[in-house]
Each structure stands twice: as C-alpha cells, then as structure tokens.
Design a protein around this ligand. Sequence first.
Ligand SMILES: *[C@@H]1O[C@H](CO)[C@@H](O)[C@H](O)[C@H]1NC(C)=O
Ligand SMILES: [Cu+2]
Length: 175
Amino acid sequence: MAGTYVFNFFLIILLIVFSLISQAKSEVYTVGGEDNWDTGTDYVAWSQQYSFNVGDILVFNYVMGQHNVYEMTQDTYRSCNSSTGVLRIYHSGNDRVTLTEAKQYWFICQIPGHCLGGMKFGVEAKQVGGNGVPSPPPTPTPTPGSEQGQTNAVSTREIGIVWICIIALGISVLM
Ligand SMILES: *[C@@H]1O[C@H](CO)[C@@H](O)[C@H](O)[C@H]1NC(C)=O
Ligand SMILES: [Cu+2]
C-alpha cells in the first residue's frame, strides 16, 4: 500500500523536525539582568552564570549615547584599546546580538573609561546538536518590554512547526 509508505515517510519527517526544534531552541539573555548594560556591574560574573549556544540572543539595554557595544578581538578586549580589532559596533540602546557562530565573542563598551571600569565580558557560543551534551537550562532574566516579545515569538514559531507536522501527518493518514 502506497499509503503506508507515505505514513512512514511523514513519521520520519516528524521525528527530524522535532529533533531540529529541540536543538534550535534559542534563548534570549538580557545582558546584566536587571542592571542592564551600565557601569557598576560585573559582566564577567554575569556571563559565567550561563552556558551559551549558537542561536542565542544577547540583548543590551542602555540609554542610547551613554553606552555602546563593540564586538572585539580577544587582544583588543583585553587591552580595552579600540583603535584596532573592532569586529562590530552596536549603539541603538536596545541591541540584539545573535550568536551566529560557534566561537568566542568579546564585548566591551567603548565609551572612554567604561571598558576599563568593567563594561566588558566574553562568551563562548557552543554548537548544539551532534553528540550534543545538553546544557543546563538557563534562567533568562525577564525585563519589561521587548524581551518578553522575543520569547513569545520563539515559542509561537515552534508551535507553528508542530501544527504543520500534525496537519501533514493527518493528510498522509488520509491518503
Ligand atoms: C591604542 O593602540 C594604538 C595602536 O595600537 C596606540 O597608538 C594608542 O596609543 C593606544 N592607546 C592607548 C590609550 O593606549
Ligand atoms: Cu559604557
């Protein structure tokens, strides 16, 4: 029966999609938690609370113009001298930085004195999947406004994918 093959085919697709969802689950982190991106917070200590994966998003909240976010090379991160080694610049006050690659990311605030004062940290984005060692569930710190929306957006998309699978499975059973 052709129907049986189609059914098995969709069952396999379903399994693949579910495994992709569990791997692609991205977390949103507000840098500094409730302190946001500002002077007077130990960002290295903040970053060490979590295990970051490729696809996760760092949100930097601050008053535009008072701070900024520079992604740096490791050497420049160490020296806080941003005359060289700048990889990317963000300055909107609500910067969403997606960790797109499996690598070490280095961030500083480039306003004079702020980096030396502690507005700097590094994170390692790990590739999930393969022989995936599951990372401990992070506890994202909710902030009013935009962050909530992103978290909802991710789960809405996942629910959408699940529904597509259920409908596809239903169609395959009918065939
Ligand atoms: C930063 O680095 C540049 C070039 O490497 C150097 O000319 C400059 O003096 C440095 N600035 C500080 C404040 O050390
Ligand atoms: Cu700053």
